[in-house]
Structures are given as structure tokens and as C-alpha cells.
Design a protein around this ligand. Structure first.
Ligand code: VGL
Ligand code: ZN
Length: 191
């Protein structure tokens, strides 16, 4: 068994947050080294498949003129427009067909940073017998943070894969890690 496989057990799920082209270098809302998480997450994906651990992958999936965009007074430039190249998962991300895709950010009236925000995912996770989420992806200080905190609030154990995430802002990344630690999120690293 690989070192990563040994870190996985029954009741775990891998939660890959928003590894989409627009959040990688060259995208509409590029995160420094955002693409560097891809090969690391691919190793976790392979280990999860080997161990029968379910994989969930969230995607930001905005309508044109979304309320979170600058043009509407929101904090972000337009990004992850539904069905655009920018909204696609990074082409090197090796998601198996069995991965469950969680789509968010589709509401017209509000943003959804967390994969738990009105997606119904809690019911799905409980049905799958999930107790612990291993979380990685983009961005550490936005959607990864919101997802990890909501998972804790819902009573799941959470392990952040610390080397498989990157923040939009270095400073906010530090604050995000503190908030996650304070909420009981564990930090693991890829061997
Ligand atoms: C995200 C900014 C705007 C994210 C989504 O996935 O972290 N960041 N929308
Ligand atoms: Zn967004």
C-alpha cells in the first residue's frame, strides 16, 4: 500500500474544491501556482480509487452577470462562466468517472462559496457513510475555507491536504488556516 493509501480509511471521502482553469495561471481569476495542486491531487485520487474511497469534486459554475462579479458590485472579475473553457476542471486533473460533481455558484441572488451551501451534499455524504473529508483544491482562503468550516459545522472530521491547496492572497491564506485550525480541522501533508 502507498503512503497515501495508508492515510485513507473507510468512512473517508476526498473533496476536491474548484480545480478549474479560471483559478489557474492564465485563467480569469488566477491563483499563484494554482495548477501545482493538480499532480498532488492526482496522487490522492489514485489512492482513493485504490481504497474505494469516494471522490467529490466541486465546481464554481456561474451564470453570465453573476452577483459575485465586479459589474454587479461583487468582489470578483467574471470567472467560471457555465460551460466555458475557464469553468472546466484542469485538463490534467485525473477525475474518475465515479467522481461526484458538486455544482455551486449557480444562484442568481447570492454566491455559494461552500460546497455545502444549499447543494444538499450533507444528505449524500451521510448516505455514503462518510465521517471524514480530506479537502484540497482552490482557493484556500475562499471556497476551501468555506467548505472546510461548513463540514466541521455539520459534524464531519476534516483533514486539509495542506500542500494541495493555494490561497488567492497569502495574508488571507494565513488567516484561513488559523480559522480552520480553530474549528478543529486537521492538517495533513502528502508524503
Ligand atoms: C472562488 C473566488 C470566487 C473559489 C470562487 O473557488 O475559491 N474564489 N469564486
Ligand atoms: Zn466564483
Amino acid at each position: 500500500m502507498s503512503k497515501i493509501e495508508e492515510m485513507l480509511r473507510r468512512g473517508d471521502a476526498l473533496m476536491i474544491v474548484d480545480v478549474q482553469n479560471d483559478f489557474c495561471p492564465g485563467g480569469a481569476l488566477p491563483i499563484e501556482d494554482g495548477d501545482k495542486v493538480v499532480p498532488i491531487l492526482n496522487r490522492w485520487i489514485a489512492a482513493a480509487v485504490a481504497r474505494g474511497v469516494p471522490i467529490y469534486a466541486s465546481r464554481d459554475w456561474h451564470p453570465v452577470g453573476h452577483v459575485s462579479f465586479n459589474e454587479r458590485g461583487g468582489p470578483w472579475p467574471p470567472h467560471c462562466l457555465q460551460d466555458s473553457d475557464g469553468a472546466r476542471f484542469h485538463s490534467n486533473l485525473e477525475l474518475p468517472d465515479s467522481a461526484v460533481i458538486v455544482t455551486k455558484g449557480v444562484r442568481f441572488d447570492q454566491d455559494q462559496n461552500s460546497a455545502f451551501d444549499q447543494t444538499g451534499i450533507v444528505e449524500q455524504l451521510r448516505k455514503d457513510g462518510i465521517q471524514r473529508l480530506l479537502v484540497g483544491g482552490l482557493a484556500e482562503d475562499v471556497c476551501v475555507l468555506a467548505t472546510a468550516l461548513d463540514a466541521r459545522r455539520e459534524g464531519f472530521e476534516v483533514a486539509l491536504i495542506a500542500d494541495a491547496t493555494r490561497p488567492v492572497s497569502t495574508q488571507k491564506g494565513e488567516k484561513a488556516r488559523k480559522k480552520m485550525r480553530d474549528s478543529g480541522v486537521h492538517f495533513v501533508r502528502t508524503n
